[in-house]
Design a protein around this ligand. Structure first.
Ligand code: WT7
Length: 660
């Protein structure tokens, strides 16, 4: 039975635990429907009420939604607030000053606790430090940091002074970093000497140097370096400064810069279907509102919870559910520097037990790799750990297959924790379609129903609604507060990518396919409908990898497709034509390795193709179009049953069956 068939037939339903449902922020399906009805009845009134109840406004807004320049929507535009004030100062006033904000666990197991007061003071010092370097409201700051309190503090410090941050994941290469520094026009980079993952020290500052050395970064004035390991780094006088020097003698208070609700809080680059990554621009007011509300609704966060999101701050999950959401709601959260498999694959379960985590949010790819690890070594199986503190589990980043869902539910949640399978994207700012832990009966493999106020639907290629049971294109029919505002520096691309004319120009196109269950109306995400791959929850454009490959002097042409993978969801399979004869045997292996390393340098290790296949040519139609459909079949190792009569050169299909 194929995955899709097994999803269609998936009929097991799991009710939320009764005691959790009773006390939940959204209690029972009645509670859910009441909120949905409120949003249906008075859309703007619904969002205005929530924005007034949840955020501390410096100056209240008078207009909720401005659609006059659609699809460039504006929310709460004349209202003013400061995101860092909402996350920190508000907690000091609420009696949370002495409450632990962050339980930081380093790669080597060392634990540091930081209270809201301490975090506030640190953020203010970093904010003052950045100001002393001339960073001001509206400037862009690139953050290239390991998982750390300092990384979060750098983000919050930018928010405090009204600078727009752009966090670049520490696994990206110098080239990718350089492109982002240039595109954002950053005036400063905040980084660390090195990062520590899985017992290894990996360079960060050296990569920043390499990125700047590639040129084009003249707008960059300062590089601020957090000393994490004490490893040897070169410091360039007049440009590079240690974070501890920049913050020394800075006061522990810093008047927040109150900004308009639409002020860009951050830009986060993500992959699209063309070669160049898109700088997704988010707002301050609408974004923070949704970060907070989804902490309440999806995670049912309570004052005593110990929340743990295992994402990296380099991805949107780490923005919304580490750097902003948990702080805005005054929660205690675990922040983890390392990797799930070090010192062994029991690390997550051990940490949940030691810190008594109550809400655990991770990715299907991590779950699948830990299932494998516990099959190989019984000692790292979750049954060996006391996981009784857990009350809610979450999944994010890619579809979770029913088998992994069941394992997670039984072995980690011990059949008493609801799993929130949260569908969302970098562009959506926060959760969109997800079960509510105290309301929604769960079906493994389905993200179930949209959150109140999120008008998700499945439509055909012309934008018409499809009936339940019929697969189509996932769209959102109305703007929502935390949606992407534009692509930094490229408003035309924003319009074309997300509000395409073919769908009528008013529907938000998520880029995923979806089908709704005939009986329940539940959504199941069937995967991307564009040339975007999802490898271990990391989003990558096939064109991005193809451009990297053809930049290599040996490569004439390449086509990249996704191949289903048991652990990583999808893996990267690259078909390559060289400028010289097709290599075979050891030579082919050696060139394949060289190309993999090359892609690692061009984009980052996560983009390295798992398989490389060489051919004298690629399968093309007579008009010269690459037949990707065939390549996907070849990548899977399946027989080609399709009609290949339009193919110009059928013989090369045999060559492309062989992987290096
Ligand atoms: C793409 C967005 C969501 C934040 C992290 C990834 C896929 C994400 C789910 C889910 C099925 C999912 C989609 C989406 N995706 N969550 N629960 N079920 N698919 O953000 O890098 O912007 O990727 O991830 O394909 O479009 P991202």
């Amino acid at each position: 039975m194929s995955e899709t068939d097994s999803l269609k037939q998936e009929s097991r339903m799991f009710e939320p635990p009764a005691d959790l449902a009773r006390n939940a922020a959204i209690s029972g399906m009645e509670g859910y429907r009441t909120l949905c009805a409120e949003a249906e009845r008075d859309y703007e009134g619904f969002w205005a009420r929530l924005a007034n109840e949840n955020l501390a406004w410096h100056k209240p807004f008078t207009k909720t939604l401005d659609e006059s320049a659609a699809p460039f929507y504006k929310w709460f535009e004349d209202g003013q607030l400061n995101v860092s004030y909402n996350c920190l100062d508000r907690n000091l006033q609420n009696g949370n000053a002495g409450k632990t904000a962050v339980i930081f666990e380093a790669d080597d197991g060392k634990v540091t606790r930081v209270t809201y007061q301490e975090l506030h003071d640190k953020v203010c010092q970093v904010a003052n430090g950045l100001k002393s370097l001339g960073v001001k409201k509206g400037d862009r700051v690139v953050i290239y940091m390991p998982m750390s309190v300092e990384g979060i503090a750098a983000m919050q410090a930018c928010a405090r002074i009204g600078a727009t941050h752009s966090v670049v994941f520490g696994g990206f290469s110098a080239k990718s970093l350089q492109e982002r520094i240039i595109d954002a026009g950053a005036v400063a980079v905040v980084t660390a000497d090195e990062q520590v993952r899985g017992g290894k020290q990996l360079p960060l500052k050296a990569i920043v140097d390499e990125a700047i050395g590639m040129g084009g970064c003249e707008h960059l004035k300062s590089v601020v370096v957090y000393r994490r390991t004490g490893g040897n780094v070169a410091m360039q006088a007049g440009r590079d400064l240690w974070l501890h020097d920049v913050t020394a003698n800075q006061p522990a208070t810093c008047e927040p810069e109150f900004v308009g609700a639409e002020h860009p809080l951050f830009i986060l680059y993500t992959s699209g279907s063309t070669g160049k990554p898109k700088g997704v621009q988010h707002s301050s007011g609408g974004y923070l509102l949704w970060a907070m509300l989804t902490m309440k609704w999806t995670f049912d966060i309570k004052p005593d919870d110990i929340f743990w999101c295992t994402a990296d701050i380099g991805w949107v999950t780490g923005h919304t559910y580490i750097a902003y959401g948990p702080l805005a709601i005054g929660a205690t959260q675990i922040v983890f520097e390392g990797v799930p498999t070090y010192p062994n694959a029991g690390r997550f379960w051990d940490m949940i037990a030691r810190h008594k985590a109550t809400i655990f949010y991770t990715a299907p790819t991590a779950i699948r790799s830990l299932i494998k690890a516990s099959e190989a070594d019984a000692n790292v199986h979750p049954k060996n750990f006391d996981l009784s503190s857990l009350r809610i589990l979450g999944s994010v980043g890619e579809p979770i297959n029913p088998e992994a869902w069941m394992w997670y539910y039984k072995n980690v949640g011990r059949e008493k924790c609801p799993i929130v399978d949260t569908f969302w994207q970098t562009e959506t700012g926060g959760h969109m379609i997800t079960p509510l832990p105290g309301a929604t009966p769960m079906v493994p493999g389905s993200c179930t129903l949209p959150l109140p106020g999120i008008m998700a639907a499945v439509v055909d290629e012309t934008g018409n609604d499809l009936p339940n049971g019929q697969g189509g294109i996932l769209v959102v029919k109305r703007p929502w507060p935390s949606m992407i505002r534009t692509i930094w520096g490229d408003p035309e691309r924003f319009k074309k990518s997300y509000f395409p004319e073919e769908l009528g120009g008013t529907l938000y196109l998520a880029g995923d396919g979806s089908i709704r269950n005939e009986k329940t109306g539940y959504f199941t995400i069937t995967g991307r409908i564009d040339d975007v791959l999802n490898v271990s929850g990391h989003r990558m454009g096939t064109m991005e990898i193809e451009s990297a490959l053809v930049a290599h002097p040996l490569v004439a042409e390449s086509a990249v497709v996704g191949k289903p993978d048991e652990t990583t969801g999808e893996s990267i399979c690259a078909f390559v034509v060289l400028k010289r004869a097709r290599p075979e045997g050891d030579e082919a292996k050696q060139i394949a390795k060289e190309l993999r390393d090359w892609v690692g340098k061009e984009i980052g290790p996560i983009a390295k193709p798992k398989e490389i296949r060489f051919g004298d040519n690629l399968p093309k139609t007579r008009s010269g179009k690459i037949m990707r459909r065939l390549l996907r079949v070849l990548a899977k190792g399946e027989q080609i049953t399709q009609d290949v009569s339009t193919l110009e050169n059928p013989a090369i299909l045999d060559q492309l069956k062989q992987a290096q």
